[in-house]
Design a protein around this ligand. Sequence first.
Ligand code: ZN
Length: 445
Amino acid sequence: MKKRYDHIIKGGTILCMDASFTVLEDHFILIDDGKIVDILPVDVIRDYRADCVQDARNCLVIPALINAHSHLPMTYFRGLADDLPLDKWLGEYIWPLEAKMVTGDFVYDAALHGAAEMLKNGICLTNDMYFHCDKIAEAVTKAGMRAIVSYAIIERDPNTPHKSYEANMLALDEYCRDYPLVDCSFAPHAIYTCSKDLLKSAADFALKHDWLLHTHLSETRGELENCLKEHGKRPLDYLADLGWLEAKCLFAHGVWLSNEELKRLGKSRSAIAVCTDSNLKLASGFAPLKAMREQGVCYALGSDGVASNNNLDLLEELSTTSKLHKALNADPEFLPAREAFAHVSIEAAKALGKADSLGSLEKGKAADICIIDTTNLQSSPLYNPYSQLLYAMGSHQMRDVMVAGTYAVQDYRLTNLDEAELVDTANRYKSKILRELNIEKHTKP
Ligand SMILES: [Zn+2]
């Protein structure tokens, strides 16, 4: 009796995103127990049986995307306060709103909405930073996606667990053991919201327990200038002197990093989450991508929260980033499509310390896979699949999205959630936010 596997994905153009950028035609992916068992030529398919066989003819089959920096539960703040500088946006709108609105229920509902949006855009994993991480773990699991969750530690903030960071982190880690798609990291929010003592103890903790550190760094010129004034050194140097670069770090933004800082970063295990849309919209600047590449800095793309983006669309983020940096460097050959795509797949997995299991379609790796139908006007004709992904296609074209061997999106529909219900819930929260905060005046066009 032949073994039955869970899934077969048959045909299509498979972009493996392995070390040699293998592209396969006339192959099928054999999946069992959440993992890719093998990728084989269709000639031998008759030797295999599976409970579910998905036809991927005329489709691109790609590794599901990885988002290196997000704040999932900010979904309900989308479009509430736009066209403002970062300090004003945070201080006058986002932080007061969060202090008043953010409860466990709010976080669960908003994270569910964010996870649904990410899944429909082909994202299988997000590296998140917020509050009530237990609720985020529950929400992403319900949606069927992966997350690395972390408390955004802002000292003196009522939502931050204060008494003992170490005990809280370990308790979260313990809690997340019941959620196999969820991991934890330690996330002091930024150098300007956390004390030196806390930042030092975070580095000590991360080294001791081999945890990822996640923070915002060098996002604005103001942050850089204040750091120079207060500490007499640049932001990365300040953290490095507190032991951060001995651990593995994910720095969101990295807009105002000097060449010397990048050199230091290139020699470390750490990475940058480039958040182009958020940086452009808040006019914070743009990450020095060319210098980052020259110094061998690992980087991935991040959406940031929707309150500053305002969507969770990594393909769009990638397209903007790629074109922006071609223009900035006056070089159309800068960051070709194939290389660019690595920064939402295999390079993103490396940035988060997950390259052993995620980021490419290879034997033994997790079955996190997107299938994109190309039989439509926007995708035709198709000469180069990478170019098509970057410059022509949109995330709305993701037909099926599999995470850990289970379809979270099938035939463009969420399999675990009711999209109409999510939209209704979002509108109920909108009314609540406006009523409780009496801020109608800010949202009138
Ligand atoms: Zn952020």
